[in-house]
Design a protein around this ligand. Structure first.
Ligand SMILES: [Zn+2]
Length: 120
């Protein structure tokens, strides 16, 4: 199951690398560097919920095991240079949020729930 077609327009998707900024309750910020499907037509990033939650859980276990499974909210993306700085601890969370690009609307980002999907 690769989501080679956009869930909105059925156009062909491309693989793109991006850094997602995710807020997790109560106040933890994650940045995930991930490659995934992207529809240039809709400007839509498509992420599988199982992938996303797998990465989040792994990140939590490393950094904040007490918040595994908490509610989260995908805030937007950030550029790779900023992401590297944030990873290296050269940028505060507040600064990272300020420099991130929030999704303008829900369409910019779609999480595909776990389950079975036809391959075509
Ligand atoms: Zn599309």
């Amino acid at each position: 199951m690769a989501f080679t077609r956009c869930t909105k327009c059925e156009g062909e998707t491309k693989i793109r690398k991006y850094c997602l900024v995710i807020h997790m309750d109560p106040k933890h910020l994650f940045s995930l560097n991930k490659s995934g499907r992207y529809c240039p037509e809709c400007d839509l990033i498509i992420v599988k919920q199982t992938d996303l939650e797998g990465l989040l859980t792994a990140g939590c276990e490393q950094n904040a095991p007490e918040i595994v499974g908490n509610d989260y909210f995908v805030f937007g993306t950030m550029n790779r240079t900023d992401w590297k700085k944030a990873q290296a601890g050269e940028m505060s969370q507040q600064e990272a949020i300020k420099r991130a690009f929030p999704f303008k609307d829900a369409l910019k980002f779609e999480v595909i729930p776990a389950g079975w999907y036809p391959t075509s």
